[in-house]
Design a protein around this ligand. Structure first.
Ligand SMILES: [Zn+2]
Length: 676
């Protein structure tokens, strides 16, 4: 039985995900492990939940398993000692188990590996071991019985509060191992057809998740369960009924960048389950033992996760000898000091929003959200929309086509997405109820026509040139150099607008760059105004169309003039703002409502982020004053700084509060009392 009080997930805002992938070649696993020191180090860093290892990607187990392979140099039951020591200090413990990646089983049972469409097992090539490459087992083989037996051992033998099942993924489009081929035959599916492979992959994944869900409910009904791989647009709806919460693996300095987490946090929060947002202490990403973030950076990341309403999980990897690194936990402690101060305010809070990104399906496939860029669920168009909305301080959600549209004044459909008949009908109702839409490029474009109701736009062609230009008209000209032709890298869609207003025109270059027709180094300059709108507005002003992949382009190139164009478009389509755009673009504002109060979270990032490349805050210098301007239903009774408890100066006029924040830090929280 438990020796201490253990927190549930909803109270565990300060987590550590403790990686421990350890080769059997390492001779001294846990040689220096001291359970009291281990739990003490976590406690001193204010950690109140930790995910520790039952089995790693090498296939090594860290507990006394009957069926699996315990790490050959491990002399103790590491899992038990960790669980018990943490529980004695009231720290919640979840057990990590690597599912599809298991090098040991992959070697022992090559017939259980996933097989790709060229007949090759999914595993590293014999003379290579690139980063993050592992033997990948198929969830449709007897391997799953092995997994189930081990998970059962952990759940019944250890007092764990949850299970984290990692890498629950059939490689797309699908596996062609002999088990999969015969099950597809039985199901009447054709493994030569890509869509059948995708449907089969989803069936296998779902069957696995259902089986694990039943197992956990049977043995430990109160334990949490999460499948890593489920927190994506492509998988969330399939997986949500088999998990207790969503964790968003999103190390900003790894392959995910800074726009992945807000995208998925704002999407997954619509499912009504708790969310855990994961970052890492590393300079790069997982397994970067000697990589450590500056504490300013980790404070920023942890506070940003919490201010999205998610519990924070900081990824670490323990040294094989079993000691947690003091320097790492000093840094984590700095971040969790801030989280601990504010987390109580998140309980019972509801996000406030005015707009939403509408992520429409990208294909009619069962895998409806497979993004061009592939991997990690990052899509340049969605990420670009997140980037501009954060910079412009717009309060927004991210939704799919099955979620409610009516709560938002503005929907943004960035660059791509297919509209089915039902969504088309719902958008028409949304528009007639006063809603507005911005869409761009090939969003809602199918079979040579735009399916979005309410705008008379005819498709002509696309990608006529490699680069063309935007010439903006007076309504979109704010802060744009007059008369300057703005290059649109990548060209766009040429259309005809039969009824409505053209707000910007496409300018064409002399010719498309080719072997024969070229001029200068890069692309051909502008030469004539085309008859196609670059930005068009429907007659009733409710729908705006932008001809290029401007959201993706803004994310890829970070070109400041794309930001200006988008800001001006948003200014036209969302006039009455909750937060007036008076703050620097490097700051972010998230509004939450808690009973009668409005909570304003202000994040300050000093170096400008350009697309994928992460910059670091190595030293923070404060602004002298920031003056957020927020629209509220009525004058607040009191406005104060939540962290210091001190009253903030403010003024109130025309329904807008202007707060005065002197020398703001990386993270500030203001409470506007009694405004609702
Ligand atoms: Zn298979």
């Amino acid at each position: 039985m438990r020796e201490g009080w253990v927190r549930g997930l909803e109270d565990s805002y300060r987590q550590v995900h403790l990686d421990f992938h350890t080769s059997p070649l390492i001779p001294d696993v846990a040689a220096d492990f001291n359970p009291e020191e281990f739990a003490d180090t976590l406690s001193r860093a204010f950690v109140n939940s930790v995910t520790v290892f039952a089995k790693c990607h090498h296939g090594m187990s860290y507990y006394d398993t009957r069926i699996g392979v315990k790490h050959p140099s491990l002399r103790i039951d590491l899992l038990r000692e960790m669980v018990d020591a943490c529980h004695r200090r009231g720290i919640r413990v979840a057990a990590y188990y690597s599912v599809c990646w298991d090098s040991y089983i992959g070697e022992e049972h090559p017939e259980w590996l996933q097989i790709d469409r060229s007949g090759v097992p999914v595993r590293p090539k014999p003379f290579e071991r690139p980063y993050y490459s592992w033997e990948t087992l198929c969830l449709n083989t007897p391997y799953v019985d092995y997994v189930e037996t081990q998970v059962r051992e952990v759940l019944s033998g250890y007092d764990v509060d949850g299970v984290f099942l990692d890498i629950v993924v059939q490689r797309r489009p699908g596996c062609l191992c002999r088990f999969c081929r015969s099950s597809m035959d039985r199901l009447g599916m054709n493994y030569a057809v890509e869509e059948d492979l995708r449907r089969h992959s989803r069936m296998i994944e779902e069957r696995f998740m259902a089986r694990m869900w039943r197992l956990v409910r049977e043995i430990r009904p109160n334990a949490t369960l999460f499948f890593n791989g489920a927190s994506s647009l492509n998988m969330a709806r399939l997986a949500e009924r088999y998990l207790t919460h969503f964790e968003i693996e999103s190390l900003p300095t790894g392959p995910w960048g800074y726009y992945h987490f807000p995208l998925y946090a704002r999407y997954l929060r619509n499912f009504g389950k708790p969310i855990v947002g994961m970052t890492g202490r590393f300079h790069l990403s997982w397994g970067d033992f000697g990589g450590l973030k500056p504490s300013a950076q980790l404070v920023y990341e942890a506070a940003r996760i919490m201010a999205h309403g998610a519990a924070v999980s900081i990824g670490d990897q323990m040294h094989p000898r079993g000691r947690l690194d003091e320097a790492v936990y000093n840094t984590i402690g700095e971040a969790y000091k801030v989280v601990r101060r504010v987390e109580g305010l998140m309980h019972g809070s509801e996000p406030v929003y005015e707009a939403s990104i509408l992520a429409l399906p990208r294909s009619r496939s069962a895998d409806a959200y497979v993004f061009q860029e592939g991997g990690f669920g990052i899509d340049d168009s969605l990420a670009g929309a997140v980037k501009i909305l954060l910079e412009d301080k717009i309060q927004f959600n991210v939704i799919d086509n099955l979620m409610d549209f009516d709560r938002y004044s503005l929907l943004i459909i960035p660059d791509f997405g297919l509209l089915d008949d039902d969504s088309r009908k719902r958008i028409a109702e949304y528009l007639s109820g006063g809603g507005r839409v911005i869409f761009s490029y090939k969003a809602c474009l199918e079979e040579g026509g735009f399916k979005l109701p309410g705008i008379d736009l005819t498709f002509i062609d696309s990608e006529r040139f490699d680069v063309d230009f935007i010439q903006v008209g007076s309504k979109l000209s704010e802060d744009i150099p007059p008369g300057f032709d703005i290059a649109m890298y990548g060209s766009g869609v040429y259309t005809g607008l039969s009824d409505g207003e053209v707000l910007a025109w496409v300018k064409e270059p002399y010719f498309k760059r080719s072997y024969r027709t070229y001029t200068s180094h890069t692309y051909t300059p502008a030469c004539r105004v085309s008859g196609s709108p670059a930005i068009a507005l429907s007659r009733d002003g409710k729908i705006m169309y932008i001809y290029s992949q401007i959201f993706a382009a803004y994310f890829r190139h970070g070109y400041w003039l794309y930001g200006r164009i988008l800001r001006n478009c948003l200014g036209l389509m969302l006039r009455e703002r909750l937060v007036q755009p008076t703050l620097p673009p490097t700051s972010e504002v998230y509004l939450w409502r808690r009973m009668g109060s409005l909570i304003l979270h202000l994040m300050n990032y000093q170096s400008m982020r350009i697309g994928r490349h992460p910059e670091y805050i190595t030293e923070y210098t404060s602004y002298s004053t920031l003056r957020p301007r927020v629209r509220v239903p009525r004058e607040p009774r009191r406005v104060y700084n939540y962290m210091s408890g001190e009253d903030l100066r403010y003024s109130f006029s025309d329904g807008v509060v202007e707060l005065v924040l002197e020398e703001p830090g990386i993270y500030e929280v203001a409470v506007l009392e009694d405004v609702f």
